[in-house]
Design a protein around this ligand. Structure first.
Ligand code: BGC
Length: 702
């Protein structure tokens, strides 16, 4: 039920004003004049408009007949990064490596403050799709492959964005996207059909979105794609029955970019804009992003008696209620915290997130670097802020604007290492060698020359923005260009090699995992990613990242997510080991941890385990809790994450970690699509990664 103010407004609104309220206008594509005209007509929202332009649009909206404030949305998905002065965080994938709700929450809080300070209200974040196929172009935007971890981090970042009170000057509205199963598109081709059952959607893909609803997420975004040939934009079962009635979502639903138009142009389930608008409105989309034809169509549909005006009333109520919760009727412009954009305090928070994202995947003892007199830093990604940022920044989305320069502060891996080396009196030489994409700058000989005589080579490999993002799915995940050749040439020098993977996603690394001396996954660490890598290599902090996603050995092995179904007969390849290269939850430390004495009290559902730091450094361990249902009415995954805890331990220190579980943690979705707990025997697994060898196990009966 909407408030009296909203009900009053809805009563006063004309059909045209209601239709306009349901439209979201892209400012840049529409242009200033036309945007101002839309604002005066009562358009509900604009996207991607900053500063004075936004203020001008707002003034126009406030001068319209009812003066309903406009809601400004932006893709501030890793900091307010489309603004070149803002603090640029690691990507969601990199942040997820920290397995830390506080890191996600801090990222949300800083982003909100900076977005609000720019006078804007709403971020199209977080992205809660799961990355179960690394070929997909948008893996970097996700929290990885697991529903539980994704849901936990989602709730935390939403809390950061929205705070306790959406009306606070420093809070902005969050948007859980893309609803739903968008990452599961056939062949990992962006926005293609997802061939999954509704049961599977409920089992795997809904849980993170449910946590977003429970966290009070103000808006949801409809996915581009379709499930079993029904576009999400035209699916009332998903948007109404499931999202609103079952999951209890109370905010408003915005479509993704041109979804209504696409019903005609791409998905061909509507013959024209009128049919598409009818489908979209009936399905339960409240606001249409960049499908301005919806306006005329929906007015016509109501006038011709094809659509009840009550459908518009309902959508408008949802939108206005969010505006009301945000306090926009009293204060249409967010004020944020003047001077905070890109401020030192925020940069430190982003640096901390980058440090916590560093994930050590192999170390034969070369790290942390000690007793070296000369190091060689090699590789295009070692000195390319574009690659380090990843996409959705002012400088990288979708491509750098010609002539635009990156804005400090930022530190590449090369710069970070050079600075620390200089402080320690260590010689440091950089050579480009090659980048992920072949270019005339490639010079492997020069790289080999630079490496000769070094005590350690730091080789930075990965991908660049032209290889990922929307519309950029990859059929081949192997390190591209001459990167593998470069590794082989450097390896032949018999100098220790530390390989740093600076990429948007898991990549296939040829012989590197076997032959490198150390391997660090840094993903896209944002402005301070390079500093974090350098500090980790020199041991200024002890890396504690854990992979939120599994790495395939070869592209043909995908999907390799850990919570797969038990296979038999087939279920494995005859030309490859069945295991991934690196598994979900994996990550080393400069110290070592031992687990013992796992117990599970089946009455109270309390699990306990002792964890000891058995190495020589202080370190942070992520205790991971998985379970398996031993016998179930439908086939259930070999294991599923249900909890994790982090413990900071001094050398020799031991701690008994107790984790309270709930009955619902052990649920499954049965053939009737109900989430139930089937009583019987379960296996509880606790340890340092999702790999069986890393887990203590105990059986218990529910
Ligand atoms: C993306 C969304 C994004 C929107 C607005 C779309 O292409 O799929 O994630 O929020 O554009 O920029």
């Amino acid at each position: 039920m909407a408030s009296e103010r909203i009900e009053n407004l809805v009563r006063q609104m004309t059909l045209e004003e209601k239709a306009a309220q349901m439209v979201q206008i892209p400012y840049a594509q529409t242009g200033r004049e036309e945007s101002l005209r839309w604002a005066k007509m009562g358009a509900g929202s604009f996207l991607h408009v900053l500063g004075d332009d936004a203020r001008e649009v707002q003034r126009a909206a406030l001068s319209s007949r009812l003066g309903i404030p406009v809601l400004f949305g932006i893709d501030a998905v890793r900091g307010h990064a489309l603004n070149d002065r803002a603090t640029i965080f690691p990507t969601q994938l990199a942040c997820a490596c920290a397995w830390d709700r506080e890191i996600a929450k801090d990222m949300g809080k800083v982003t909100a403050r900076e977005v609000a300070t720019d006078g804007l209200h709403w971020t199209f974040s977080p992205l809660l799709c799961l990355s179960r196929d690394a070929r997909w172009g948008r893996v970097d935007e996700t929290f990885g492959e697991d529903p539980y971890l994704t849901g936990e981090l989602a709730a935390a970042i939403i809390e950061g964005y929205q705070g306790g009170d959406l009306a606070s000057p420093e809070s902005i509205a969050a948007c859980a996207k893309h609803f739903i199963a968008y990452g599961e598109a056939t062949g990992a081709r962006d926005a293609y059909d997802s061939s999954v059952s509704c049961r599977k959607v409920r089992e795997v893909f809904l849980p993170p979105f449910q946590k977003a609803v429970d966290a009070g997420c103000a808006t949801f975004m409809t996915a581009y794609g379709s499930i079993d040939c029904t576009p999400l934009t035209a699916d009332p079962h998903m948007l109404r029955d499931i999202l609103r009635d079952e999951m209890g979502f109370q905010g408003f639903v915005v479509t993704d970019w041109s979804n209504v138009t696409s019903l005609v142009r791409n998905q061909r389930v509507a013959k024209d804009a009128d049919e598409a608008s009818l489908l979209a409105a009936l399905a339960g989309n409240d606001m249409m992003m960049n499908s301005p034809e919806f306006y005329e169509s929906v007015i016509r549909l109501v006038k011709e008696g094809k659509l009840e005006e009550a459908v518009l009333d309902e959508a408008v109520r949802h939108i206005l209620t969010v505006k009301e919760r945000m306090g926009l009727f009293e204060q249409p412009e967010k004020t944020g915290k003047p001077g905070c954009i890109g401020c030192e305090e925020h940069q430190q928070i982003a640096l901390n997130a980058a440090r916590r994202s560093i994930t050590l995947l192999k170390n034969n003892g070369i790290l942390p670097l000690k007793k070296v007199k000369k190091i060689a830093v090699i590789g295009g990604n070692g000195d390319d802020i574009r690659a380090q940022y990843g996409d959705w920044t002012y400088f990288t989305h979708p491509e750098p604007i010609p002539g635009r320069q990156p804005v400090r502060p930022y530190t590449t891996v090369r710069e970070g290492l050079e600075k620390l080396a200089a402080e320690k009196g260590i010689a440091c030489e950089y050579a480009y060698g090659c980048g992920p994409v072949p270019s005339e700058k490639d010079d492997l000989d020069a790289a080999v020359k630079a490496a000769e005589g070094a005590d350690a080579v730091i080789l930075v490999v990965g991908d660049v923005v032209s290889q990922f993002g929307e519309n950029r799915d990859r059929a081949e995940l192997t390190l591209s260009g001459k990167q593998l050749e470069l590794f082989a040439l450097l390896r032949a020098l018999q100098i220790p090699i530390v390989t740093v993977l600076l990429s948007s996603k898991p990549l296939v690394m040829g012989t590197i995992p076997d032959e490198t001396d150390a391997l660090v996954a840094a993903f896209n660490g944002g402005a301070h990613g390079g500093q974090a890598v350098a500090e980790a290599l020199f041991g200024l902090f002890n890396p504690s990242g854990r992979l939120p996603i599994s790495f395939p050995r070869r592209t043909g092995q995908v999907p390799v997510y850990y919570n797969q179904l038990p296979g038999w007969h087939g279920g494995k390849y005859c030309d490859l080991p069945n295991t991934p290269q690196f598994v979900f939850g994996e990550g080393l430390s400069y110290t070592d941890f031992a687990y013992r004495d796992l117990t599970m009290d089946a009455e109270t559902l309390t699990a306990s385990v002792s964890v000891q730091n058995v190495g020589k450094e202080a370190g942070l361990e992520t205790v991971q809790v998985y379970f398996r249902d031993c016998v179930s009415s439908v086939i259930t995954p070999v294991k599923n994450l249900i909890a994790f805890r982090q413990v900071a331990l001094q050398p020799g220190e031991s701690q008994r970690v107790t984790i309270q579980l709930n009955r619902s943690d052990f649920s499954l979705v049965n053939r009737q699509e109900q989430r139930v707990v089937e009583e019987g025997e379960f296996t509880l697994m606790v340890g340092r990664s999702s790999r069986d060898e890393d887990l203590l196990m105990v059986n218990f009966t529910l």
